[in-house]
Design a binder for this molecule. Structure first.
Ligand SMILES: *Cc1c(COP(=O)(O)O)cnc(C)c1O
Length: 379
């Protein structure tokens, strides 16, 4: 059977997901078939969880889930119980799912600003907001999947600890990213959440992961992702949901892991090459980008006008750019009713000037060259 694909001509798409072939997946999938066990923690899921734990190191517990949005909901419920409308502090400069998950789990978002030094939540603003808002949790982000500076994460943890509330970090695009000490993300918080969506660097279709260092939290996470069941299949305190990853997605995950190091190296190479090319025009990458998993390449233009010229020139040259995270959440109709804990000038300034370039796992010299041409249009 053949499928008609939309003809996009020579257009360079913003994303071009590249999942493993069924031949690569088949050997991993076989264990589920021969055991006749396809979900509820079948043999492939167990193998995938262990492989992820080995890959991340640092004694992390890995809880695979069906996507990062439900991973965030599960993390909030496992760590804070039912929300009853309690406040969760989060950046506005993030993807809609961060706030969506909090609302679905029963919490009320309140927005904090990010720092212009690194584009992650600003610890000083966070400290003030915690004192004023008495939130139930901090839901912060590794913005664009890039590791925040270690000192920033230490401040987030200290603030959460002092307020006696959990710290959850949405690192959705950051599976495989390393921090300045060379550690892979996963141990930054009480629970950290990753996405394995088709458009993320570690792509299996729909999928996600929650990590924690704490074995007791891991038990709560698994329970929240499995209807709230205890071992005797009784639901006691918290109702859970069905956020389980099935064994077929776990088999795809094992096949992705087989070649992930090489994929990361290539994506980082493309990210550095393109960010160098655009530096002559005054565009700057996010600090830490080159050790990130590089889902795409956000570059900060000098002015809003320069971004308009870049977008117009990309349009002429049939290259698809995006402007994540514009609109920021506090400007979106569904979220504008939620409180801004302070004005959000850095969020607004980034949102007005950001432009994201395409990054794929495998980019030809021709495609890279065409994207680089844009930088000469805007000098
Ligand atoms: C992609 C993304 C999500 C959502 O991930 P899904 O697996 O698609 O649910 C959540 N937060 C951020 C910051 C993201 O980039």
């Amino acid at each position: 059977m053949t499928y008609e694909l939309p003809t996009s001509g020579q257009r360079i798409r913003f994303q071009r997901p590249d999942l493993p072939s069924l031949n690569e997946v088949a050997p991993h999938w076989e264990a589920a078939r021969s055991a006749h066990w396809y979900s509820n923690g079948g043999p492939v899921l167990a193998a995938f969880s262990s492989a992820i734990e080995r890959y991340l190191g640092s004694d992390l517990h890995a809880v695979p889930v069906n996507n990062a949005t439900s991973g965030l909901m599960v993390a909030l419920r496992a760590l804070c119980g039912t929300g009853r409308g309690a406040t969760v502090l989060m950046p506005s400069y993030t993807f809609a799912a961060t706030a969506t998950a909090a609302v679905w789990a029963g919490f009320t978002p309140a927005f904090v600003d990010v720092s212009e030094d690194h584009w992650h939540a600003d610890p000083a603003m966070l400290q003030e907001a915690v004192e004023r808002e008495t939130p139930a949790a901090l839901l912060l982000c590794s913005t664009y999947g890039v590791a925040p500076p270690r000192a920033t994460v230490r401040s987030w943890s200290a603030i959460a600890e002092h307020a006696n509330i959990p710290l959850i970090v949405d690192s959705a695009a950051g599976f495989g990213s390393r921090d300045e000490c060379g550690n892979r993300l996963g141990g930054q918080a009480d629970a950290e959440v990753f996405s394995f969506h088709a458009t993320k660097p570690f792509a299996i279709g729909e999928g996600g992961l929650v990590t924690t260092r704490d074995p007791d939290i891991a038990v709560e996470l698994r329970r929240a992702a499995n209807f709230g069941f205890h071992n005797d299949r009784i639901v006691r305190s918290g109702v859970g949901m069905n956020a389980k990853m099935d064994d077929l997605h776990a088999a795809i995950g094992l096949a992705v892991l087989d070649r992930f190091d090489e994929v990361l190296k290539r994506r980082q190479g493309y990210g550095s090459r393109l960010s160098d090319a655009f530096s002559a025009a005054g565009l700057s990458p996010q600090p830490g980008m080159s050790a990130g998993a590089v889902q795409f390449l956000p570059l900060l233009c000098k002015t809003k006008e320069q971004r308009s010229r870049l977008l117009a020139s990309a349009d002429r040259r049939a290259i698809e750019l995006r402007t994540y995270f514009s609109d920021p959440l506090h400007s979106m109709p569904a979220f504008s009713r939620y409180r801004k804990t302070t004005p959000l000038p850095v969020t607004e300034s980034l949102a007005a000037r950001i432009a994201c370039l395409p990054i794929y796992s495998d980019m030809s010299a021709g495609v890279l060259g065409r994207i680089e041409q844009l930088s000469t249009d805007i000098q």
